[in-house]
Write a protein that binds this ligand. Structure first.
Ligand code: ZN
Ligand code: ZN
Length: 342
């Protein structure tokens, strides 16, 4: 089959079209003909050798939608023909986290594309339980984003943040791939969205995504504006997609008993924390990451209902994966770059 492989760690030019063996489904697996694969910033880091454990020669990509074309002996034959999105993590299914429905926490798991078997290929082979049916009427290119970034946004805003109707949510890095989806997820539960972006160019798209207020803060100072916009009440939930250079301001923007959800690590640097502020306002700081199956189901529902519109900046054929990576790296597109067609 055709695939785009990482020849070696390096710039986008190391992504190369190649002929590789088509995987054979084991008894519990399904073979999926891939229709669309999103390019995640994670893939860009992985290609550059910045994700531990990665090896050259593999196929990247964990945002995969396609059609089941073959099934192993223990998989119901009726599954062949299903349109599916792939849960991005291969998990053990037997540990205490998996059994509690938190496959994202499984210590014996790996992400598709990290050690091969990724989405920049004609086919992928996964355990049948990883293949989640796409609702009728939702196209595959949009569905490819259901796990990450939309599912990740559902997890952060609704599950970890516990966002409820009428609450105020502050979203940093609001013009990024996660931020634009988080705004829409927050509006689904009728929260009031205050969005922060450092770039004036992104203010309009952030507003179009549904933000109630947009703060343009090239100097990353925004807590004063949040205070003013909330009559000194602050934000109940903060979705921190940036952290580097913004974390202190996020804490200062918090309402009493707020939750700060940490998703971003843009500069991969340590941050200052004022314990007095955290104690006085009873602030909770919580990390968030991959979506669970439940989050993916919610994401698919919101996408199919049209409540969340996927931000797709560019659709490119698979052999142009290198161009897609270059666009991502230069931040030359707003929204996801999705690979579809050969
Ligand atoms: Zn991703
Ligand atoms: Zn497990």
């Amino acid at each position: 089959m055709k695939a785009v492989i990482v020849r070696d760690f390096g710039g986008p030019e190391v992504l190369e079209l190649a002929e590789v063996d088509r995987p054979e489904p084991g008894i519990d697996d399904v073979l999926v003909r891939i229709h669309a694969a999103g390019i995640c910033y994670h893939d860009v880091l992985s290609r550059g050798g910045k994700i531990p454990g990665g090896q050259p020669g593999r196929v990247l990509g964990h945002e995969i939608a396609g059609e089941i074309v073959a099934a192993g002996a223990d998989v119901p034959a009726a599954r062949v023909g299903e349109r599916v999105v792939l849960y991005q993590r291969l998990f053990c299914g037997a540990c205490r986290h998996c059994l509690a429905g938190r496959q994202d926490l499984c210590r014996n798991s790996r992400v598709l594309g990290e050690h091969g078997g990724g989405g920049y290929a004609e086919y992928a082979c996964v355990p049948a339980r990883n293949a989640i049916v796409i609702p009728d009427g939702l196209d595959m290119t949009a569905a490819a984003l259901a796990v990450c970034p939309v599912g990740t946004s559902v997890r952060a805003a609704l599950e970890v943040g516990g966002l409820a109707p009428g609450q105020v949510v502050l979203i940093t890095g609001a013009g990024g791939g996660l931020g634009l989806h988080q705004i829409q997820v927050a509006k689904c539960v009728q929260a009031r969205v205050i969005a922060v972006t450092s770039s004036r160019d992104k203010a309009e798209i952030v507003r179009d995504a549904g933000a109630d207020e947009v703060i343009v803060a090239p100097d990353l100072k925004f807590s004063g504006d949040v205070w003013r916009l909330t009559a000194k009440q602050g934000a109940d939930v903060v979705l921190e997609n940036v952290v580097t250079g913004t974390f202190g301001e996020s804490l200062r923007s918090c309402a009493q008993q707020a939750t700060v959800v940490v998703l971003g690590n843009i500069g991969a640097q340590r941050v200052d924390l004022d314990p007095g502020l955290v104690i006085m306002r009873r602030i909770r700081i919580a990390g968030s990451g991959n979506a669970t199956f439940k989050d993916v189901q919610v994401a698919l529902h919101l996408l199919a209902a049209g409540a969340v519109k996927p931000f797709i900046g560019r659709v490119l054929p698979f052999p142009q994966a290198a161009e897609g990576h270059a666009l991502m790296e230069r931040r030359a597109v707003t929204g996801r770059v999705v690979l579809a067609g050969w």
